[in-house]
Write a protein that binds this ligand. Structure first.
Ligand SMILES: Nc1ncnc2c1ncn2[C@@H]1O[C@H](COP(=O)(O)OP(=O)(O)OP(=O)(O)O)[C@@H](O)[C@H]1O
Ligand SMILES: [Mg+2]
Length: 285
């Protein structure tokens, strides 16, 4: 495992300093994990070195990469707890190199496990800033020097995990379903971003844009909802909508990115993800 990591360090990232991006929405089932998985592959396709961090106790991101939690591989929870001096003595030690799972030439994964749901409680009593645990972990381990992009999949909640993700990221992408209910989830998470800005403890992440997903283009109501949402979220780009597509759902069920397929239907999806990767790159550089 160590040799494999060393190789990555030697080749080094292509750009000066890597960027951290996160896929966030308080609402569940809007496509955060799906978008994170395919964005990671789009960036890898562009020859970027990508570290995927699963920050959701449901560990769907890890599962999409075919990873099953096991006792030999410490999860991001173990790494974060171990990065806190006061807690280190209370837990079994672990190394970053034991946790990183090699997915392919350009993608590595730091997996999650169900124990991540206990994160908030585990760090409740520490004296260092609880909001900055993930940010400091990334800094201490020089991860931005090892990777071009760190892609984080967020949980459908608003607690300390989400605050840690937002404090650690350079930019956020917001997948959402363009319906009458989706606006509230987006507003709530943006409120957390504003709270972080008010706290002044770290740089506020850039809003990289909104990703309309599971769009039903043939329904008139969907088009009306989408138009009104687009008007209200004028503070960042709104990407081309992703339709609700059976073949897309099937590819996810088979744990394959859209880049795995060659048919025309997938070419369109591939284009959408590559365009998004280009947009993210130009907005963060
Ligand atoms: N455009 C799409 N077309 C068809 N199915 C999709 C599409 N986008 C996502 N899905 C499917 O919808 C389901 C929910 O997607 P996903 O797990 O990515 O959402 P999520 O926001 O990460 O959910 P959670 O909040 O639980 O983490 C998955 O089964 C996924 O395969
Ligand atoms: Mg998810």
């Amino acid at each position: 495992m160590l040799n494999f990591l060393k190789k990555f360090e030697q080749t080094g990232p292509n750009s000066d300093e890597g960027k951290v991006i996160a896929l966030m929405n308080q609402k569940g089932g809007v496509g955060k994990t799906t978008m994170a998985f395919n964005m990671a592959h789009a960036l890898a396709k562009k020859n970027k070195k990508v570290l995927c961090i699963d920050m959701d106790p449901q560990f769907n991101f890890s599962s999409l990469f075919n990873f099953t939690p096991n006792e030999n591989t410490p999860s991001i929870f173990n790494l974060l707890i171990n990065s806190i001096k006061e807690l280190r003595a209370l837990h079994t030690g672990c190394l970053l190199s034991e946790s990183i799972v090699g997915i392919d030439k350009n993608i590595h994964l730091l997996p999650a496990g169900q124990e991540l749901s206990g994160f908030e409680l585990s760090v409740a009593g520490i004296s260092s800033p609880r909001q900055l645990i993930l940010k400091r972990f990334i800094e201490k381990n020089n991860l931005k020097n090892m990777y071009d992009y760190i892609v984080i999949d967020g949980p459908p909640t608003l607690g300390l995990l989400v605050v840690n993700i937002l404090c650690a990221t350079d930019g956020v992408l917001f997948p959402f379903i363009p319906d009458a209910f989706s606006e509230q989830g987006l507003k709530n998470i943006q409120q957390v971003v504003e709270d972080i800005e008010d706290m002044g403890i770290t740089k506020t992440p850039v809003n990289l844009g909104y990703i309309p997903n599971l769009f039903e283009a043939r329904r008139r109501q969907s088009n009306e909802d989408f138009d009104s949402i687009k008007d209200r979220f004028s503070n960042a780009p709104v990407f081309e909508p992703f339709s609700n597509k059976a073949n897309f759902a099937k590819s996810m069920a088979s744990k394959k990115s859209v880049f795995h397929y060659e048919s025309v239907q997938f070419q369109k999806l591939q284009e959408q993800f590559l365009n998004m990767a280009d947009a993210v790159e130009s907005r963060l550089n």
